[in-house]
Structure formats: C-alpha cells, structure tokens
Write a protein that binds this ligand. Structure first.
Ligand code: 5GP
Ligand code: MG
Length: 499
C-alpha cells in the first residue's frame, strides 16, 4: 500500500480492486463490462477490458467510472472475441495515472497476454530490484508488472508452468485473471486473501471478485477459486492446478466488514448473513437504551439491521446518502474529505429531532466521517448519540490491499477509546470485540487475516522489516515489537452463529 511507503513510491497503485473474466461467449467484452458495472464499489479510479479474438488481444481502458470509460458502444467493436478480462481500480492518494490502469497488455516471446490483479505483494520491491539488476526495464510503477517479468524469464514449457514459477517467488495477497489468445486463467494466492469466484451461464465461464456480478448476468455461482489454485479455461474445458506454497488461509475479514457488497457471496458465505451477525453480536456486547437505531448508509445498513433486530430497538432511516459523488476516500487531503461528508449525507430532521439514537457504523479509519456526521445529527436535534462500531478498532495499516492510511492517521492507533469518544463528541462509543467479529464469520474453510485489528501480519511485509531494522539500528525499538505471523482461527470461533 502506497501511503505506508516512501514518497518516491506514492504513485504505486492501490490494489483493492475488482477483477472479472469471461470465457466462451461471443459477447465476452460486454459481459465483462456488465460485471465491472456490478463491481463498481470495488474501484472507481479506472476501468478497463482486454479481449481476445483467438489471434489478437485488444484493450480499452480509461480513468473514471465504468460507464464513463465505456460510454460509447462502439468501443466494443474494438474488443471482439470469446474471451475477455476486466478490472476496476481503486482510488489512490497522490496518483491518478492512466499508465497504471489495468488490464495490462503485453507482448513477449511466448505471445501476448493481459492481466488483471487485485491485491498487494509484500516482497515487490526486493523482486523489482533483483529484476532490474538483471537487466529488466519497467514501464510502470505497478507491482503487476513484476509478474510479467517473472513469467517472461521462466524456462517452463507452458503458461501454467510460467505462472507457477512467477508466483512461487511472489509473496502477498493476489487474486488475478490472465488472458492469452486462447485461455482464461484465474489465480488466487495460497492464503486466499482476496475473494475470487467462478460462475457459469450455459457454456460461458465467468470469474469475478464477488458474485453480485454473476447475478446481473443471470449466471450461477459454481464455487470459489481455492487458495493457491490456478484454474485454466480453454477449449478443453476447465482444469485446475496448485501453486507450490502451502499456507494457512488468511482471508481478509474486512471484506465482510466493509468492502464487499451485502448481496454478494465471498469466501463461500453470503456477506449479508455475516454482516447481520456482526450487528447482532455488537448488540449483545454493547447494549444501550435509546429510541432508534440508524445506519450510516450504505456500508453499515446490514449491520445496523442486525443490531436493531437483536436489541429490539426500532430501525429508522435517519441519514440520506447522495449516491452520485463516489466514496469519500477519493480525495487525498483532509479538508476536501470534511466537505465530502457533508455533501454525502443529509440528516432527516423529522426522524432525529429530540431523539436518543444509536448510530451503527462499520468502521472508523481516520474518524472523519463520524466526527462530521455527529455534528450533523446534533444539528438535526438528536438528543443523545451512541455510536456502535461493527468491527474492532483499526490499529494497524493493511499491506495487502485495503485502502488504509499509515498508522499515524489511524485514529485508534493513536487515541484511547475515551479520547476517541471525546473527539467525536458522542454520549457513548463501543466497538465490536475481535472475538465478536470472528464469531460472525464462517471458519469451515480456514482462518482470517485480522492484521488491521491486531497488528499480527500473516506475512511480514519487507517495508515493515526495514522499519524495524532501522529502529533497532537507531536503538529505539518502540512499544510495538516485531509482529508475529498469524492467521486467526480461535477455538471458540470454529462455527459461525446463525444470523
Ligand atoms: P473515516 O471517516 O473514519 O476515515 O472512515 C470511516 C468510513 O469510511 C466508514 O464510513 C467506512 O464505511 C468507510 N471505510 C472504511 N474502510 C474504507 C476503505 O477502505 N475505503 C473507503 N473508501 N471507505 C472505507
Ligand atoms: Mg461507511
């Protein structure tokens, strides 16, 4: 993640994104387009599609929303063929660079290839340096290009071999779709960090970050791409292979908390169910007397519903969201962000005036949203404001693709619960416990990465190692010791509760 890196790397792409692939349909590019449209919430900075007509790969990509990038239907005439992949890229602080828009399309000695990537490599810098020392020339600042160089150097006889060679060297979070002239290939990292799903509509195979893309196409969900799996779709049908590295699963639990859409299935679970359980467990852990429960739309709607149902306090719509402005994070500096909260939400005065309210929010990152919202709620006449957060305090940055800032900017990393409560000017503030979070999500398929809540990193990123090495050299190792490798499957949380 760029904001945690040095400024020279600030134009590196953020990597929580949407990826999509279609195999075996004459309108492959159009199906990819619709899937990207369904997955717009996973990235609004740029969008792109690459398609193969069996001989040549074509690509169209641009900055902005899917409907802007593909506003002219004629574009699809330049994307013919039965196989296509797509990508929506998440917004970045500091850079909006067209050259980092995916899919990437390259021509190398083994032919042409396009690639869409969701995730972050934690050893990217080391590998890039190695490759550059050996003579490779990079055209972008993106990690994704490293994959291409590693594949180009591989001596393996076929594409799956080259993919395995490349990913046996790369460490971190990645879900990808790769397009060659005749194949669609899906790859997921050994820890299964980011979601990736397979769908089918008659003879058409689909791959997508979230299943809401399949719904729009009226396709059926088949299964997840398993952690470490390489799935190939070609004229021989579908077949699967596995990367060498075996590791405990570390699925990103924040996908359930915030990132995925509630109507999607990810990690083989409905996001809606998991999110309602978050609200239910939050209500059990932190009840408070009030007249109504309201959500901060849209990201906490489902958790707020769970809270209301379990507390017996009525659910009300107290905030109206303007949907046409994008997410608040798209603006890099704080003052713009403050303003964004005001244009994004408007309180419903008739509902709130004179009332004691519980506001359920999915997470606090910097605290900007809630700080401004609470002011708006008070202005609308709210008598008491009790804030309930459906996840634990975010205390550590994410190195695996989630759009969190540095530790310095994470409010819970720097202030106590009491201090945050005072800062937000609320009557009470409570967070869901880590235990409550893990009790809300299924564990049949393995554990979760909870690094943002615990500081325990399943793979310690190279930048963090540098930081600790420096601190040790300078003699000030702080209160935070070197984080332990971790993937969370606590004993009590082997089975989720029913929603
Ligand atoms: P804050 O205003 O505290 O910095 O951020 C909290 C708000 O941002 C919450 O409303 C939450 O739904 C949302 N949020 C949490 N994580 C992310 C993220 O990774 N990206 C974006 N765009 N919003 C987030
Ligand atoms: Mg929100």
């Amino acid at each position: 993640m760029d904001s945690t890196f040095s400024t020279s790397e600030i134009d590196k792409p953020r990597s929580n994104c949407a990826i999509v692939g279609v195999y075996g349909n004459n309108e492959a590019a159009k199906l990819v387009y619709l899937s990207l449209y369904a997955l717009q919430h996973r990235g609004q900075e740029s969008s792109g599609i690459a398609a193969s007509d069996d001989e040549t790969l074509h690509r169209h990509a641009g900055m902005g929303l899917v409907t802007n990038v593909f506003s002219n239907e004629k574009v699809f005439e330049s994307l013919p063929g039965r196989i296509a992949i797509g990508h929506n890229r998440y917004s970045t602080t500091g850079s909006t660079m067209l050259q980092n828009a995916q899919p990437f399309l390259v021509h190398f000695k083994h032919g042409s290839m396009a690639i869409s990537h969701n995730g972050n490599f934690v050893n990217a810098r080391t590998l890039r340096k190695q490759l550059e020392d050996e003579g490779s020339i990079f055209q972008t600042t993106s990690d994704t290009e490293i994959i291409l160089h590693l594949m180009a150097k591989s001596q393996a006889g076929d594409i799956v071999g080259r993919i395995k060679d490349a990913f046996n060297q790369l460490k971190g979070a990645y879900s990808l779709v790769i397009l060659t002239r005749r194949k669609l290939i899906a790859v997921r990292d050994p820890r299964g960090w980011r979601p990736l799903n397979i769908g089918r509509k008659r003879n058409t195979w689909l791959v997508a970050s979230e299943t809401c893309a399949f719904d729009l196409l009226d396709a059926k969900y088949v299964r997840e791409v398993e952690p470490g799996e390489v799935v190939v779709f070609d004229e021989h049908g579908e077949r699967s292979d596995f990367l060498e590295e075996k590791a405990p699963r570390a699925a990103c639990v924040f996908e359930f908390v915030y990132f995925s859409r509630p109507d999607s299935k990810i990690f083989d679970e409905n996001v809606d169910r998991a999110r309602r359980r978050l609200g239910k467990n939050l209500a059990n852990e932190h009840p408070v007397e009030a007249e109504m429960v309201i959500a901060v739309p849209d990201s906490s709607n489902t958790a707020a519903l769970g809270y209301a149902r379990n507390s017996g306090i009525k659910y009300e719509i107290g905030l109206i969201r303007n949907h046409y402005i994008g997410r608040t994070f798209i603006h890099p500096d704080q003052s713009v962000r403050d303003f964004n909260v005001r244009i994004k939400f408007n309180p419903v005065q008739g509902v709130l005036n004179g009332r004691r309210i519980i506001v359920v929010e999915d997470s606090i990152v910097r605290g900007t949203t809630l700080k401004n919202l609470v002011r708006l709620l008070r202005k609308a006449g709210a008598k008491e404001v009790h804030v309930r957060i459906s996840s634990p305090p975010i205390v550590s940055p994410c190195y695996y693709g989630m759009d969190f800032p540095t530790k310095k900017e994470l409010i819970a990393a720097n202030r106590s619960l009491e201090e945050i409560k005072t800062y937000l000017e609320v009557d009470s503030l409570k967070y869901l416990s880590l235990e409550g979070l893990l009790k809300s999500v299924p564990h049949e398929k393995g554990g979760y990465c909870t690094a943002c809540f615990t500081g325990e990193y399943p793979i310690v990123p190279e930048d963090m190692m540098d930081k600790f090495a420096n601190e040790r050299r300078n003699g000030h190792v702080g209160a935070h010791s070197m984080p332990a490798a971790a993937s969370h499957v606590p004993e009590h949380a082997k089975k989720p509760e029913t929603a």
